[in-house]
Write a protein that binds this ligand. Structure first.
Ligand code: GLC
Length: 701
């Protein structure tokens, strides 16, 4: 059951697309007390000792979000430490689950300004949400179970974005491949080392002085040729586009934007200027559909050259500085120079320097024109990245001739999940960030974001070989499997490491898993389910499962239990039921299986091993490894099954690139064998040849 109540003058964010019944505020009182608060409109309720809270999408901390306070205010903060309260996205949906069979409550606070979630932080027995603007549409979702509440909410916000098949392949990025040769070399070396690869990324260095929609012809003399050549290796090129447009006379996007009044303005009606990678920049006012169309037309050239898609960056929008901020710092520095005896001035200057970036006053000074109506930026801050990405999605629809292309963004609001995915921004090469990534995935899925991933190996700081191995073993199950790292950090392409063979082995396993991952992904999108499930969402009656923070179900058949600690020789795993333990040897590229009993167990997992589990009564279709998704044979499957009598698997088989029909091509793999056992079976015939494919009897393992 989903319904809504409105407070103040809520903004139409388009997050929810289904018609939802409107009820009186009185009815909300059963769930939340609404009252005035110095910081906004407050909604609170008591928390029992047993209440768990899930959701909030891209945020810091665990799967159970209880015990901290978070803020939805999209922020470019490259240090995702535990003390932080905001990251790049704003995903205001959460679920409260009490003990036993009590009703599960979901709530979505649909407002694109600042919203604070205090989940038992100020008082452990109280949950409080404060909406700064005092205007919000509150959606109440109730149901008998966690999965049901998620699916009800997901139906209301509309079907998640489904990227092309190649987006499930392995992808290599680096800030920055400076020249065409660097890109070619990266691809070539992957091929030389037989490391599968589907995409390579261009960071800001391909542009002329970081100007959107330009190509530095000195360093990238033939972009179209490059895209074609990479294509011959089965590799797509994915360029970055940033939100800020460089202020530079003669630069077309800048000139046009100024001339037509398409950039964000200040309260005084001047064009707003903020500093980002290109230096002084203006920001397209993507709240206007006309501006989106114009900004989107910038993508046309690269789309038509055959770029596989785009990653949209810096779109919180990130502001390194504003002119106003710089002026104040300069004045303070001059004051300090004039009064060297005053030590406080130094401290004041230091504080000003530290708070120069993403300064609240700068955001407050920005104004948008939302299809005719002027609105303060602060009021709609969290929608900026979403609308920038909408401009790109609309451009892809216009120019990509019915083909699916890859699109993901750094900043997002619920609603963007319908046309793009996201990556979780500038993580670090830290073990804690591997764990954070694991914990973010299910939370993102609850909010509609299925196509997501973190920078494998970590973006900032130097990675280590063992972290890369463990991260790859986890990321083999993550839809966006991209290795990306920052300028100046240790090179972390797989071929840089002595353990390249084992790393390659993990990537090869990923390709074997693609038939399963793609099927589970498409089904999760079409049927409004999650791809990554915390165990408690599957075994809701199992208190122990509900508190597991470091294992996940991936789709219906597979449970993962990644190792995320340095020097760990293995880990404890909780099995809610008997399962088939599958152990992959990444050097030998072999899978072995054994039964694992319900309960807790310790499993040794060497650095070159990956252990995952197959649920009883479910099947796991695997392909043969391939060098790219283009080379994959998705019709020749090896199917593992821990069959509990009969078992079926609904397999998605399409061309992976055409716009997806509303009803995807689901085919059923069917094991008729009635005997219980662990099976390795074959589906040699094309599963799209018939509605249902009975698997050939195989080995009993
Ligand atoms: C931002 C992005 C990062 C990118 C860098 C340079 O920090 O999050 O992924 O590499 O900008 O463009």
């Amino acid at each position: 059951m989903i319904w809504k109540a409105e407070y103040g003058s809520p903004i139409a964010t388009s997050a929810v697309v289904r018609d939802v019944e409107k009820r009186s505020k009185q009815e909300v009182l059963e769930y939340f007390q609404a009252e005035d608060h110095p910081d906004g409109l407050s909604f609170w309720r008591g928390l029992s000792m047993q209440d768990r809270i899930f959701g909030l999408g891209e945020q810091t901390r665990g799967i159970n979000k209880r015990g901290w306070h978070y803020e939805s205010y999209a922020t470019d903060d490259p240090l995702h430490t535990e003390g932080k309260r905001r990251l790049y996205g704003a995903h205001n949906f959460f679920i409260i689950k009490g003990k036993g069979s009590e009703e599960v409550l979901g709530a979505f606070f649909d407002d694109p300004g600042s919203v604070v979630f205090d989940f038992g932080y100020t008082r452990t027995d109280r949950l409080q949400v404060v909406v700064k603007s005092r205007s919000v549409t509150l959606y109440i979702v109730t149901g008998s179970g966690l999965a049901q509440v998620v699916s009800e909410f997901r139906q209301a916000i509309g079907q998640s974005y489904i990227p092309p098949l190649f987006a499930f392949g392995y992808q290599q990025s680096r800030w920055g491949y400076q020249r065409e040769e660097d890109v070619k070399e990266a691809v070539l070396r992957h091929r030389q080392f037989s490391i599968p690869l589907d995409a390579v990324y261009l960071d800001i260095d391909y542009m002329e002085r970081f100007k959107d929609f330009t190509i530095d012809s000195g360093r990238f003399p033939d972009m179209e040729g490059l895209i074609r050549q990479l294509g011959e290796h089965g590799v797509k090129l994915i360029p970055i586009i940033d939100a800020g447009v460089k202020v530079e006379s003669g630069y077309r996007t800048y000139e046009e934007g100024v001339e037509r009044g398409y950039f964000v303005k200040t309260r005084e009606g001047e064009v707003f200027t903020g500093g980002v990678w290109p230096g002084k920049s203006h920001f397209p006012d993507v709240f206007s559909s006309e501006v989106r169309k114009w900004f989107g037309s910038g993508y046309q050239e690269l789309i038509q050259m055959g770029a596989g898609g785009f990653w949209n960056d810096m779109n919180e929008p990130s502001l390194f500085y504003s002119q106003d901020g710089l002026d104040k710092i300069q004045a303070k520095a001059e004051q300090m120079a004039a009064h060297p005896e005053d030590g406080n001035l130094f401290l004041e200057l230091q504080v000003m320097m530290q708070s120069l970036a993403n300064h609240p006053e700068d955001y407050k000074s920005m104004m948008h024109c939302w299809d005719g109506t002027t609105i303060e930026h602060d009021r709609v801050h969290n929608l900026y990245g979403t609308l920038m990405t909408k401009a790109a999605a609309e451009a892809l629809e216009r120019y990509a001739r019915g083909e699916r292309r890859l699109l993901f963004s750094r900043s997002s609001y619920i609603g963007m999940h319908r046309y793009a995915g996201l990556w979780t921004g500038d993580n670090c090469s830290w073990w804690s960030h591997l764990k954070l990534s694991l914990q973010q995935m299910p939370s993102l899925n609850m909010c509609g974001f299925l196509y997501a991933g973190s920078d494998i190996g970590g973006f900032a700081d130097d990675t280590t070989e063992d972290l890369m191995l463990r991260w790859l073993a986890f990321a083999a199950f993550v839809p966006l499997m991209r290795n990306h790292s920052a300028l100046g950090t240790r090179r972390q392409e797989i071929y840089q490491f002595a353990a390249a063979d084992a790393m390659r082995g993990f990537v090869k396993l990923r390709y074997r898993l693609i038939p399963y991952l793609y099927s589970e992904f498409v089904k999760a999108a079409v049927h409004n389910r999650m791809l990554f499930w915390p165990l408690g969402f599957v075994w809701e009656e199992d208190e122990r499962a509900l508190s597991v923070e470091d294992q996940l179900m991936v789709g219906e058949s597979v449970m993962i239990a990644p190792v995320y600690e340095q020097n760990a020789a293995g880990r404890y795993v909780y099995l809610p039921e008997d399962m088939l333990l599958m152990e992959y040897d990444a050097n030998k590229e072999t899978l072995s299986v054994r039964l694992a009993k319900q309960g807790d167990c310790y499993i040794e997992i060497g650095l070159d091993r990956m252990v995952f589990f197959l649920r009883k009564g479910h099947l796991l279709p695997l392909a043969d490894a391939a060098q790219s998704t283009e080379d994959m044979n998705r019709r020749h499957l090896t199917v593992y099954g821990y069959a509990n009598g009969e078992a079926r698997y609904s397999y998605i088989m399409d061309d992976g690139i055409s716009a997806l029909p509303k009803e995807p091509l689901e085919r059923t793999l069917h094991v008729k064998e009635q005997r219980e056992g662990v099976w390795k079976l074959w589906a040699d015939k094309a599963p799209d040849g018939s509605q249902e494919l009975e698997l050939e009897p195989g080995e009993l393992l």
